[in-house]
Design a protein around this ligand. Structure first.
Ligand code: TMP
Length: 218
């Protein structure tokens, strides 16, 4: 079996940049990895992502969100994650189930029991081996992601969550910390307020420690 690593954090925390830097680092060490994301990662998942994130879809209620991300995840696990792990690859995933607990659960109010039960029923309770939680000041992250979406243009806008008020994002952040408290051996919290280079170094040291623990020569 390979190794499953997820990246999490509030909006604009820089995880997409960091996941790409980590993939490059691992490849430079001769370790091939699969870089993927949620919602998305498959053709069906990317189509769901489009519905899920489109700013104009203001009518979506949190329970529908749960069903959409879960459907995308079931497909993603089946098509990408499990085959990748079975082939011994390292799967780097930009968000996974902790995002559902933090956004739909802690922030949007869907009961956590329902969220956990659906993960158990549909996703076999799959958990990453390591979750890197990038933590940065909310205001900084939101400003960064709104600017990025604006630059991408109104049509392509993925801004439905960035458009939410600060109190929502504060609950997402608290939700992530609550998840990390429950699984401290899996979560590594990374200070994402630092420079891109030093965040990358911290991520590399977390990941190489985990790889060595699992018997990889790095
Ligand atoms: P991102 O790829 O830029 O992080 O955007 C994904 C957005 O989707 C982000 O706002 C978090 C949200 N999201 C959920 O609300 N629930 C989920 O289960 C996942 C995977 C993402």
């Amino acid at each position: 079996m390979g190794l499953f690593i997820s990246f999490e954090g509030t909006e604009g925390c820089g995880k997409t940049t960091q996941i790409q830097l980590l993939a490059k680092f691992l490849e430079s060490r001769g370790i091939a990895c699969i870089l993927t994301r949620e919602p998305g990662g498959t053709a069906v998942g990317e189509a769901i992502r489009e519905i899920f994130l489109r700013s104009s879809n203001t009518a979506l209620i949190p329970l529908t969100e749960l069903l959409l991300v879960t459907a995308a995840r079931v497909q993603h696990i089946h098509e990408v994650i499990m085959p990748g792990l079975a082939a011994g690859r390292i799967v780097l995933c930009d968000r996974f189930f902790d995002a559902t607990a933090a956004y739909q659960g802690y922030a949007a109010g869907v009961p956590l029991e329902l969220i956990e039960r659906s993960h158990e029923l549909f996703c076999g309770n799959l958990a990453p081996d390591l979750t890197l939680l990038l933590d940065c000041p909310l205001e900084l992250g939101i400003a960064r992601s709104r600017a990025r979406n604006k630059a991408a243009g109104q049509e392509l806008s993925e801004g439905r969550f960035e458009d939410k008020e600060m109190a929502f994002h504060a609950k997402v952040r608290q939700g992530y910390f609550a998840r990390a408290d429950k699984a401290p051996e899996r979560f590594h919290i990374i200070d994402a307020g630092e420079t891109i280079e030093s965040i990358h170094e911290n991520i590399v040291s977390s990941v190489t420690a985990k790889l060595r623990e699992k018997g990889y020569a790095v």
